[in-house]
Design a binder for this molecule. Structure first.
Ligand code: IDC
Length: 315
């Protein structure tokens, strides 16, 4: 249960309640399609200072953030250990931050996505035992919170096949569902969560699941929307758990025209999305200007181009 009315207004949770998947749509308690406007953290191991309750509240109140994505890298990246290759103490800290984030989102009446962010560990089976440990712990602690969405593997890549991802999902989903039978789960797809078409040819045999599609507007064009069309034509629901308006490195030029094409598409199909990323790293996808060290309460001139675009875009 999450807050339904806050400061005299119906929250996004109050309007939509516990979500589920029907056909190709994420739907609300009345069976109507829902499109959630989300913000993803950067790697919480590298930018823990941005994971704070004031920031979550600020974004909900000022950026119309309806979902907060807790992006927890699972393996070593950019000089920092992940959940799987860090210490037990670090794992406990990451779980605590995750659980507190979901609870804060519940208090605000918004949704929270728990992202098992595989990347350099390109096949989710590499750290499957750790994934099971993590999801067992957090889903147990959060079993009474129906504002949580679990994302079980961010971006399988390299030679990882859909069959390998599917076999991982068949082991991990029941672990979560043992604590939270009705929760919504998003599964990553091959090639950095681009190949939703491959998943659609051999879908998961679970209810309430969606497939992740990630785009970076300067790199990913119509050909990627074609894959989404194909997946939906086969009855699969899509969730853009991560996107950028720059290139796939998270840096480089911004393509506003292609971004508009993507958003026309997402709006038309009521596909939910989360922007990558909440940090002040010196890269175009970071929403906060690199010259700003504040971890909440940002003014417009403290935002990057990506940040300004997102905050300025009315839903
Ligand atoms: C990028 C970050 C960058 C970091 C790099 C490696 O923006 O600061 O150095 O990861 O850790 C993804 C991934 C996401 C990437 C992002 C941009 O899910 O972790 O973040 N991206 O490259 N998929 C496509 C793009």
């Amino acid at each position: 249960m999450a807050t339904e009315i806050r400061n005299g207004k119906t929250t996004v949770y109050g309007k939509n309640g516990a979500l589920k998947v029907e056909g190709v749509h994420l739907v609300n308690k009345n069976g109507e399609p829902v499109q959630l406007r989300g913000v993803s953290t950067h790697n919480v191991n590298s930018f823990p200072q941005f994971v704070n309750n004031d920031a979550i509240e600020f974004m909900a109140d000022n950026w119309n953030m309806e979902l907060y994505r807790y992006a927890m890298y699972t393996a070593f990246a950019d000089g920092d250990a992940g959940y799987a290759d860090g210490t037990d103490e670090h794992r406990a800290e990451l779980e605590k931050m995750c659980i507190e984030s979901v609870k804060k989102c519940a208090e605000l009446g918004i949704y929270c996505m728990v992202d098992w962010h595989i990347l350099f560990d390109y096949n989710p089976n590499m750290h499957k035992d750790m994934a099971i440990k993590f999801f067992a712990n957090v889903s147990k602690a959060l079993k009474d919170y129906d504002n949580v969405i679990y994302e079980i593997c961010n971006e399988p890549n390299e030679d990882c096949t859909w069959e390998e991802i599917k076999s991982y999902a068949e082991e991990v989903i029941p672990v979560i569902r043992a604590n939270d039978p009705d929760c919504v789960i998003v599964c990553g797809t091959p090639k950095w969560s681009q190949c939703v078409d491959e998943a659609a040819d051999n879908p998961l045999e679970f209810d309430n699941v969606l497939y992740a599609l990630h785009f970076y507007a300067t790199t990913h064009k119509q050909w990627l929307r074609d894959k989404a069309d194909y997946a939906m034509s086969k009855g699969c629901a899509i969730y853009v758990t991560e996107f950028g308006i720059c290139d796939a490195s998270g840096n480089g030029e911004i393509d506003y025209e292609e971004t508009d094409r993507w958003f026309a598409y997402l709006d038309k199909h009521s596909i939910s999305y989360s922007i990558w990323n909440l940090s002040n790293k010196d890269e175009s996808s970071a929403m906060i200007a690199p010259t700003c060290d504040k971890v909440t309460g940002w003014t417009e001139d403290e935002l990057s181009e990506s940040g300004k675009w997102f905050v300025g875009r009315a839903k």
